[in-house]
Write a protein of this length. Structure first.
Lengths: 282, 417, 391
């Protein structure tokens, strides 16, 4: 007799008891790519060229060749992406344990604040406030910062650049350290073009989300969308990057499984009895 | 007196578009020496090194002393119009479609007698004229006799216009209008009486100083165009390709690395993707429509301008990978020239020396200002040349290269030491 | 040192095949036709011809050599003279010397060309390097532009009026009306001439020859052989030939005859006043005037006056191009260079096909041609006498 637990998952998916929400922006040449100073090595935007389309180049088939950076579109950052994570074991896309690619997610709604201030920084104060309402952030969860930034369909507005650089929301240093040290999260996800705020160069240290998350072997997700369709807790995110040798990240199809109707996660989570940490899952 | 050009009426969309025809294009190898000089905007004839006799038509040996030591030398073209005719009938399709057509027989002050196109403002024979060599619609050198003194609206002469690519009343695409050169190009082309200028731009989130100013010009229409994006180029061509009379490819990705100065391929690849593959994408998408419109009325498709670099002729090692991308673009531009020539569309390759912009910051002057470069390009469009070398550096390196490419290679390598 | 005369070398058996505007046949067809008729008139078998001189522009890829096998001839003397309007005179000069020194006994001189709708265009492409490099790019495939320049210059220099040229054309057309092989036999009026379609100013339609297909031929023999065959013949009194004369003249207003005419008349022992019939090479009327001047019928620049003082029909004061000239008969390629020569032979031997000049004794045939760039490079002339005429 086969174990019913996955059969139940499949059945629930079939009935819609569990919905699949697509957290991924469409990969196309029009999607904005991160802007670096011209002197630096640039990350390629997505580009695609036909190889054939039922024509003399290939009569019965259509296919394309594409190119992009590991960090193009909706994408995954591995710890090796940042200097603080360069010596960690299991830190590249091909060595991260596969079990880490499926994890629960907490969604922090900062959409009003981000609408008022493009440079909004997520602080520990906001996190505490969230926890009072939704319970403690569980170990091994994704923390996703909802800003509705993905609804900016004009690439100029999405990039939001001016003479002083990029202006997009993100976490401040203390919030990141809190999530790493006090909550042992899996990683941080954002709707904007970086997990760090657009002006994070000026924080201490610069780009604290990259610095601390990757420096402690955790991950990042960027250019997410549809976070407004997720409950604050209770969703499970599937985010598996391409298995690139020594990869620093990759574009991916990020999906969320959402219970439907969504349960109100008003209770504080019970203390877990398991001894094994999420990192030990395979 | 040449009547000034009038804006042509709108094209009747029901009427078949006249297909391009060309003047006879065959030339012997020696006669191509005339074309080689006209391509650079010069009128040159062979001069015997031993007896000084000037030769025409071009030939293998001196018609006076049989010496085979003939050198091409610049001529000022002044002479006497001995006789003239107006063609009313021709077996050549090109001329048949364009009669009446004035021709003259000129005795040049330097000696030979030449047959030449005769500008409408030239007085009847006998009179004094100035003969110039320019490329005709077939891309071969032809001689045209101009009046002794410049006359008003001279450039609008119907016959002279068949040898030039005047932007007046034409529609022009400038592929990258954001760079300093691109912006100057838009302004200069508008001032040259172009009817409509598409200002191409990419990465709208990157604001460039001065670009917004252009949108205020009534002739200017912004056009999203990223030359690294095949689909975008195709879409742009789908939208405007059938109306482009002159395409000026100003897109230029420029970094300052040789081989050792930069790890990895990223910068060099970006240079190739814009400077070489960008040209290829543009050519694949825009050339077909231009080919079909080579004889499409007064505002026909007439020219394709490529902003190359004098570095394309000989690698400048401090900008080594950039030079290589420009060399690749030059080779491809020659291919494009061959493919557009049956349509009478001229490919003009521009080889400036270092432009006075950020990527040439460390190069000592003389550097060429974007505005000056833009006006040199317009002058090339109005003239009969197809290879221009604007600025003092370009002129000097060209002279050295023509003298001996290997010595120029050594001199440029010395810049690396 | 004076040149050798032509002893008793004679020309006979003048042949003209009917000209047609277009033909699907090759040049060989016309050349064979002319040769066959020549043999028939001469009463000779093919094997009795031991020399052949060919002039053709449409023989390619064949040359004269290929023609020998094509026609089934075995020869001990062969020449190919594709020199346009000078072909007749030059063929005569070559053949006459061959017969004179015994290199051949009976030389057939044949000129012919076919004409397809694309012949003119294709022939031009390979005509001359200078023309290709320095004339055709300017729009006149062919010689129209060069002759428009010459005509305009001549008019301006010497006060010629278009009516002067018209008079020549009209007279030649009147001659052609009677000539059975002429392509254009409709009489021409001055009004027709003056108001005809402009080609290249000042040239109009009737200033230009019509390219066509056809062939002409004649036979060169010793007098004894001609008499033995019972053929009427004309004697060769003198000939001249010149290429690229006056090459420093900025524009052509005179031809090589001006250099060589004293020798022409000196060798013949006659003067211009003794010429009873003239054949000029008439690709354009201005050239006919130039030949009249340079061959001594009037002074340089007096051509218009000479035209006004004379009439040029068969019965006129000065018969010129009595079969109509190329301007009315048509220009069958290189055969145009034979047309005048063959007609003068006919007149001198009393075999005129059209109008006959009354009792001509001496005839002068002029050849000109090969517009390599801006001028005709070849010039030539021959003075022939009727068999009963001056020694």
């Amino acid at each position: 007799m086969s174990d019913p637990v996955l059969a139940q998952l499949v059945a629930n998916l079939g009935t819609g008891r569990i919905r699949v929400v697509d957290l991924t922006q469409t990969l196309s040449p029009d999607f904005p790519q991160i802007v670096l100073p011209p002197e630096m090595g640039q990350a390629w935007p997505f580009r695609i060229d036909e190889a054939s389309r039922y024509d003399e180049r290939g009569p019965a088939w259509y296919w394309n060749n594409f190119s992009c950076s590991e960090h193009t579109g909706t994408h995954f950052d591995a710890p090796i992406h940042w200097i603080s994570g360069r010596h960690l074991p299991d830190a590249s896309t091909d060595t991260i344990p596969a079990g880490h690619f499926i994890a629960p997610a907490c969604v922090i709604d900062c959409s009003k604040e981000a609408a008022a201030d493009a440079d909004f920084l997520l602080t520990v104060v906001v996190l505490h406030k969230w926890e009072r309402r939704h319970g403690r952030i569980p170990r091994g969860s994704w923390v996703l910062m909802r800003t509705d930034w993905s609804k900016r369909s004009d690439p100029v507005a999405y990039q939001n650049l001016d003479e002083t650089g990029q202006h997009t929301p993100g976490p401040d240093t203390d919030a990141v350290r809190f999530l790493v040290k006090e909550r042992d999260v899996l990683g941080f996800g954002s709707e904007a073009i970086g997990t760090d705020a657009g002006q994070a160069y000026h924080l201490k240290p610069p780009y604290p989300c990259h610095y601390y998350m990757h420096g402690s072997g955790r991950y990042g997700l960027q250019c997410l969308t549809n976070l407004d369709l997720l409950p604050a807790t209770g969703a499970v995110v599937i985010a598996a990057p391409l298995k690139i040798r020594d990869g620093s990240g990759s574009p991916l199809r990020a999906l969320a499984l959402v219970p439907s109707p969504a349960e109100a996660p008003s209770r504080r989570p019970k203390k877990a009895a398991k001894k094994r940490t999420w990192k030990q899952r395979r | 007196m040449t009547r000034p050009l009038v804006r042509p009426p709108r094209k009747n969309p029901i009427v078949r578009t006249r297909m391009p025809t060309l003047p006879p294009a065959g030339r012997s190898r020696v006669a191509l020496g005339l074309t080689a000089a006209a391509a650079r905007g010069r009128f040159e004839l062979q001069v015997c090194r031993d007896c000084g006799t000037v030769q025409y038509p071009p030939r293998e040996s001196c018609c006076s002393c049989l010496s085979r030591r003939l050198d091409w030398r610049p001529q000022d073209g002044t002479g006497d119009l001995l006789s003239e005719t107006t063609l009313w009938h021709s077996n050549e399709l090109f001329y048949r479609e364009r009669v009446p057509w004035r021709l003259g027989m000129v005795r040049l002050d330097c000696g030979p007698v030449v047959v030449a196109h005769l500008h409408g403002d030239c007085d009847a024979a006998p009179s004094r004229v100035r003969v110039r060599a320019a490329l005709d619609r077939a891309g071969q050198a032809a001689l045209i006799a101009l009046p002794e003194k410049d006359a008003p609206n001279m450039a609008d002469d119907r016959q002279l216009r068949e040898m030039t690519c005047n932007p007046k009343f034409r529609k022009v695409l400038i592929t990258d209008a954001k760079t300093p050169l691109g912006q100057a190009m838009v302004e200069t082309i508008v001032a040259a009486d172009a009817d409509l200028v598409w200002a191409g731009y990419s990465e709208p989130w990157k604001k460039t100083h001065g670009f917004d100013r252009l949108t205020a010009l009534p002739q200017v229409s912004l056009l999203p165009l990223d030359l690294t994006n095949s689909r975008a180029v195709k879409d742009a061509a789908g939208e405007i390709g059938g109306r482009v009379d002159i395409l000026i490819n100003t897109a230029d990705y420029h970094r300052n690395y040789g081989i050792a100065a930069r790890n990895g391929l990223e910068a060099a690849r970006a240079e190739m993707d814009v400077n070489y593959f960008g040209l290829l994408r543009l050519a694949q998408e825009f050339a077909p429509a231009m080919r079909g419109r080579g004889a499409d009325g007064q505002s026909s498709a007439v020219a394709w301008v490529n902003l190359l670099s004098i570095f394309a002729l000989s690698n400048f090692p401090p900008h080594g990978t950039y030079s290589a991308s420009k060399a690749a673009a030059l080779s491809l531009a020659q291919c494009l020239r061959a493919e557009l020539s049956p349509a009478g569309v001229r490919v003009i390759n521009v080889f400036p020396g270092p432009i006075d912009d950020e990527w040439n910051q460390l190069i000592p002057p003389p550097k060429i200002a974007p505005a000056r470069l833009a006006s040199d390009i317009v002058e090339a469009l109005r003239g009969g040349a197809e290879d221009i070398y604007p600025g003092d550096i370009a002129q000097e390196w060209l002279a050295r290269w023509r003298d001996n490419p290997k010595t120029l290679e050594r001199e440029l390598a010395a810049a690396t030491r | 040192m004076s040149r050798a005369g032509y002893d008793d070398v004679v020309v006979t058996a003048p042949v003209t095949l009917s000209y047609v505007r277009y033909s699907i046949h090759g040049a060989h067809w016309f050349l064979a036709g002319a040769l066959a008729e020549l043999l028939q008139r001469a009463g000779l078998g093919k094997g009795e011809i031991d020399g052949l001189c060919v002039s053709s522009f449409t023989l390619a890829p064949d040359t004269a050599v290929g023609l020998t096998q094509h026609l089934g001839l075995t020869l001990r003397w062969l020449d190919h003279i594709p020199m346009g309007g000078a072909s007749g005179i030059l063929a005569l000069r070559r053949a006459a010397r061959a017969v004179q020194c015994g290199d051949a006994d009976a030389v057939a001189c044949v000129a012919g060309d076919t004409n397809h709708t694309d012949s003119f265009r294709l022939n031009l492409a390979t005509f001359s390097e200078f023309a290709r490099d320095a004339v055709y790019p300017y729009g006149s495939g062919g010689a129209n532009t060069s002759f428009a320049f010459l005509t305009a210059h001549y008019i301006r220099s010497y006060g010629a009026a278009r009516e002067d040229f018209g008079k020549l054309c009209i007279a030649q057309r009147a001659n052609a009306v009677k000539f059975p092989h002429a392509l254009i036999r409709k009489p021409l009026t001055l009004d027709d001439y003056l108001t005809a379609r402009l080609i290249a100013e000042p040239l109009r339609l009737f200033d230009c020859v019509m390219p066509c297909a056809g062939a002409d031929a004649f036979l060169v023999l010793r007098r004894g052989k001609a008499e033995a065959l019972g053929l009427s013949y004309a004697r060769i009194l003198s000939t001249i030939e010149r290429h690229n004369a006056f090459r420093d003249d900025p524009i052509q207003y005179r031809g090589g005859w001006a250099l060589d005419r004293d020798e022409l008349y000196g060798q013949a022992g006659v003067g211009p006043q003794d010429i009873d019939v003239l054949a000029t090479y008439d690709d354009y009327p201005v050239i006919s005037l130039m030949q009249m001047e340079d061959l001594g019928f009037c002074d340089k620049g007096e051509g218009p006056d000479f035209v006004r003082r004379n009439t040029f029909t068969v019965n006129g004061s000065f018969p010129v191009n009595t079969s109509g000239g190329q301007l009315s008969v048509g220009q069958a390629g290189a055969a145009g260079g034979f047309l005048g020569l063959v007609e003068v032979i006919r007149q001198l031997t009393g075999q005129a096909l059209g109008g006959a000049v009354a009792d001509p004794r001496v005839g002068l045939v002029s050849g000109f041609g090969m517009i390599n760039y801006d001028r005709g490079l070849c010039s030539g002339a021959a003075i022939l006498a009727a068999s009963g005429g001056p020694a």
